[in-house]
Write a protein that binds this ligand. Sequence first.
Ligand SMILES: Nc1nc2c(c(=O)[nH]1)N[C@H]1C(S)=C(S)[C@@H](COP(=O)(O)OP(=O)(O)OC[C@H]3O[C@@H](n4cnc5c(=O)[nH]c(N)nc54)[C@H](O)[C@@H]3O)O[C@H]1N2
Ligand SMILES: Nc1nc2c(c(=O)[nH]1)N[C@H]1C(S)=C(S)[C@@H](COP(=O)(O)OP(=O)(O)OC[C@H]3O[C@@H](n4cnc5c(=O)[nH]c(N)nc54)[C@H](O)[C@@H]3O)O[C@H]1N2
Ligand code: SF4
Ligand SMILES: [Mo]
Length: 839
Amino acid sequence: MQTSVRGASYGANDKWVQSVCKMCLHGCGIRVQVRDGVILKIEGDPTNPDNLGKLCAKGQAGLMRQYDPNRFKSPLKRTNPKKGPGVDPKWEEVSWDEALDTVTQKLKECREKDPRNFIAVIGDFQKQSNWGWGAAYGSGNYFRGQFCGAAYHPINGLLDASFASVNDYLYCNYWIQIGAGDGFSSHLHLAGSAKRMADARVDRGMKVVVVEPRMSQAAAKADQWIPIRPATDRAFVLGMMNVMVHELGQYDKGFLKKHTNAPYLIGPDGYFARDKASNKALVWDSVENQAKTWDDPSIKDFALEGNYSVNDVTCRPGFQIFKTMLEEHSPERMSEICTVPAATIRRIAREFVEAARIGSTIVIEGKEYPYRPAALDFYRGATGHKDGGWDSLTYKLANLLVGNIDIPGGHLGVPLDPRGFAFWVAPGEDGMLGHNGVHMLHPARPFSFPPNTTHLSEYFPIGTDAGQLSAETILNPKKFNLNFDPDVMMLYHANPMWHVPATRQVQKAFEKMKFIFAIDVVPSESNEWADVILPDHTCFESTALVSVEPPVVVDYALRQPVVPPMYNTRDATDILTDLADRVGFLGVWNDLQNFIWGLVRTPQYMLAPDKKYSVEEICDRAAKSRYGESCGLEWFKEHGHRVRYMTAKEQYMPYGELRIPFYFDYVKKIGDELRAKLEPHGVEWDYSGYVAVPYWRSSPVHDAPSKYDLYAIGFKTAELNFAENLTIPWIYELVGKVPAHQGVLINPATAKARGISDGDMIVIESVQDEIIGIAKLTEGMQPETIGISNGITRWVYHPTIKARATHFNALLPASLEYTDYFTGAVETTARVSVRRLER
Ligand SMILES: Nc1nc2c(c(=O)[nH]1)N[C@H]1C(S)=C(S)[C@@H](COP(=O)(O)OP(=O)(O)OC[C@H]3O[C@@H](n4cnc5c(=O)[nH]c(N)nc54)[C@H](O)[C@@H]3O)O[C@H]1N2
Ligand SMILES: Nc1nc2c(c(=O)[nH]1)N[C@H]1C(S)=C(S)[C@@H](COP(=O)(O)OP(=O)(O)OC[C@H]3O[C@@H](n4cnc5c(=O)[nH]c(N)nc54)[C@H](O)[C@@H]3O)O[C@H]1N2
Ligand code: SF4
Ligand SMILES: [Mo]
């Protein structure tokens, strides 16, 4: 007998297999104990610096997903023609050939008529190389709710060529967290992040301030919880910046002058003023009192403020425009909008800028860097809003003001590719970092009218796909000038019936589909509408080369079969390749893989157009292409992963001498270009979001009819992966014990005013729809806000879930009115009225 890390005993027949957790999208390292082909235990892989041997509850529960008796065990064919929520499909087992033949025939018919009539809904985050399958078929349609990344990824990309961002776990000492679960409940690599967060607080005494309408897991553990009215966080941060700039006069002038375009002179047209001879962008030398080109070596000092006459017009540094904008954002006025007292806004602004230690430096790995150990972290709750693009820009500006972007202790970009920033950072114009569309997960779609996609992606040149719009356009293609009419859908690792806003509309869109097939492992609200199920292997039976992105660590890990497939299932990648071959686009599919995996750079590993490659072969080539012939799949099977700590050089100041934006002229430029393309077609569109400097304005969610006197928010928690793993008994049991999941969270005073007691059935009504729930009274809610955890939102028939369907998304509109025209983000806060259900 030997003993494992956690003390579990195992016998002579046991083996431990290294792999990757897939119980959420992040891919922590695991080691799995297997005896006679049966999984006994899953542990964190102690050799993997990502999660340092830790696993969260979701990861532990993977075991029960594997042995869920309700798994799809064979290809299935629907025999009940009637479809609807809770309607039994009356599945009948069929052979793989029959199932694939049926799907192939439908896909071929559709493709011959118009490939754009196909909608591929794909959510397999650990197999991002499969996301382009729909495009290879000929359809760019996207039908996912843009809850999260839409307003976030583009701004990360525009700022520093990153994809995501998070504060520096290793050096930050003052961490403001707005609408995000980093280090506590969600977002990047929870298992490792929670450990890093705890270490930072215990070892360095890092302070955490959480701004949230709800006492989240983060807020409960923070030094301070600042309750806020939903969808008004931008006002809070604008108020903070007003204090820093106008009241305290404390911000990192050196950083702004040297590393950003804040000193570049802006003309009356909103663009850089330029030198007539060289066309270079101009700045103002405040010592010699004259305009100079930005790269003039004789510049004594860069002016950040003032009005200057250049080329016979008045120009101002970008910073001055920002400063003037801030004048209207006093803490008092912002306090009325966001409900946080002006005194608190002032105090947090002061604490933040003081903690940033502007001017200090630190030596890491032998190199001196600026040191700014204060940063503002944010994600979905802070940016999933109608003006989410401006929200994101505002939070970045607060970080820019203390000069902490990609600086030790500050706010760090998370690159999309394990090769890191080296792959994305490239010079642009005027000494600036270039723009390379890094944020989109796919190349930007060229403009076309009429649009070729149900989510009108052609109208969102720098947004991320606004998939919620498909819930509108599929139902009214003509209204949106679509000259096609989608009626075939693939669901692959995605549950849009649950996850897209405007559930009733999504249901109508599903009703319109003539054929639906799903690649999944267990029943869901969406795949119960399918005509054919193509069952995927579970993550313990399948193969994937998984990119482990930072914080802190980087590189690839291998998901490998830990046990042989239990049932008549197949790996999703192999299913897609087989379908591409049968339908007749294998060459395009293989080419896409060549591009996505970067095989084009190593021709010897490229996929030939006419050959079917297994998922193992593709991963083998991807690994060898990156690491050389000796480091293919076999190497990974033996060693598990190559995950390592990022070096300081990779993480800090990847932009080097290139400047990053403070004044977002590029956003304005894209908006002006879009207007020029779209206006001639008479399309009504709102270009007002395309500005270089964000500010406060209200949106439909603030200006709702007065009867909707409350706000409703949804949220993720540490033990849930969306709500997907609720079908796992361990998780379901856990959720049954956590207060946040016991009902619709409502402040006692708010409940009392409506005659509502704990445990009462309540009706929640929004402009969009009406849902029913059970009231759970808690002081941990901002009084104007109700909270609906993912844990009570599911209704699919699965023996584990017993009718807990208070479906938050039904309350949200999916329309353009509630969409950010700039980034495509959808408003994820609903205005509601709440009343007791009278029986
Ligand atoms: N455990 C876990 N981890 C995950 C996931 C998961 O499902 N579970 N999903 C992954 C994915 S795809 C994503 S996109 C990320 C998302 O990661 P997060 O952004 O961290 O997740 P959310 O819980 O959606 O939103 C964060 C917080 O915003 C709060 N909130 C809601 N509305 C507002 C508001 O208007 N203002 C403020 N200040 N706060 C608000 C919520 O109460 C919630 O606590 O997590 C990833 N990681
Ligand atoms: N109310 C509410 N709505 C939300 C969110 C929220 O927090 N609350 N979050 C939003 C966000 S940020 C996002 S990214 C989206 C996510 O929305 P989805 O991408 O739809 O996410 P999941 O719920 O994870 O659905 C994934 C589906 O994959 C299946 N699945 C699980 N494992 C496997 C596997 O190994 N193979 C295959 N083929 N399938 C598998 C599951 O059965 C499930 O049906 O939801 C958004 N919508
Ligand atoms: S955070 Fe949890 S569920 Fe997600 S990969 Fe890590 S251990 Fe698995
Ligand atoms: Mo997400």
